[in-house]
Design a protein. Sequence first.
Length: 483
Amino acid sequence: MSDAQKVADRPAAEPPGANSVDRFFKISARGSTFAREIRGGFATFFTMAYILVLNPIILGSAKDKYGHTLDGAELVTATALVAAVMTVIMGVGGNLPLALAAGLGLNAVVAFQIAPLMSWSDAMGLVVLEGLLICVLVVTGLREAVMHAIPQPLKQAISVGIGLFIAFIGFVDAGFVSRIPDIANTTVPVQLGATGALSGWPILVFCLGVLLTIGLLARKVKGAILISILTMTVVAIVINSVADIKSWGLTTPKVPDDIVAAPEFGLIGDFSLFGSFGETTVITVVLLIFTLLLSDFFDTMGTVVGITAEAGLLDEEGKVPNLGRVLLIDGAAAVAGGAASSSSATSYIESAAGVGEGARTGFSNLITGGLFAVALFLTPLLTIVPMQAAAPALVAVGFLMMTQVKNIDWDRYDIAIPAFLTIAVMPFTYSITNGIGAGFLAFVLIKTVLGRAKEIHWLLWATSALFLVYFAINPIQQLFGVR
């Protein structure tokens, strides 16, 4: 969707500066309304509320070097608290509709790669160190400079790739697409449904949700995404009450027996900043921090660019508003996640659901963050939305972000090939960072082959060199004897 189309589709905005809140968040100035921001905040929360269930499962299922595990109830509290606080801070400080919570992928690295080498407190200390390094990169201007050095076509490709990635996430999380076990010796990695065909009530809920969402979007109904999520949640609750369903996945759509659950803050502050250096070799610690740092750095970069581009907030030069503050808050979120033992918190691509609902400012974050705060006490009630009801929003937002593909010059191979690799690698490897790395390396290689190396910003050279290390991390670890 072009910026012109987005502006054309917006309803008449309130008079500029209607009140102090409007002026502070620039709600009218960005062509939004309080109603759209509120709907966007709800949509973002419901599409990422699964983290309240999934993060405790991932971290709680792993043991540290001494066989210790983290308490599930305490992990729920830590996850909700960090998401609530950092999402509100991003809204007020960065004024972007960008929610934050424990990062998927990053939490798996902490649980299954770092924790087995040291205690949980030492592992979370590494996360805090990684976040502090991110903050240093922001303060020195290096992180912002890297983002500004990226050519505009690659920024557009990042947004498109994220669109495909987020749609793929929706299909997978809903069970519409599933991975075929390698042991079956099959010729394709994924398939339709769990058995090669669609079956079961949960899949029906997802399919109906997709049809409802795209129908409402086509008719330009206000609140289309949120209406779909809430409607299909009600449908799922009714179906679950009358049908014998084996599993809905992480979240079962049923009215809970207990609505209120008291938060447990036992993990807050339980970290050791430098304890990891006494548990394993310095080289191992450095490589682990590097892995966390690079993944966090570029996942956030792709998410920030993709979300702001879809919201039509990039300026004429393709720059993100308030970028320095946004990146600093994101770095602080990593520190907060480690300090709370909920793993590194980062910007969430699911924020695109809120943007698709109309959010254009940080005011929507007050709603999303507020709901996470409420979840501290009402987790059983706020986690009844099954992925089959929320995932259609991701598919619809994937379409909206995909429309930016038309802005890429596909006749220029020095642009088209890196753009293609960026777009393709993200969903195919299930990683924003991998897609950005593939695009950067291809861009530098092709420009060099064409004798136009002088056109490459020195920061892209440096970043591409880091990506070479990132992709070759396994042989490097073997070279230094790191397991």
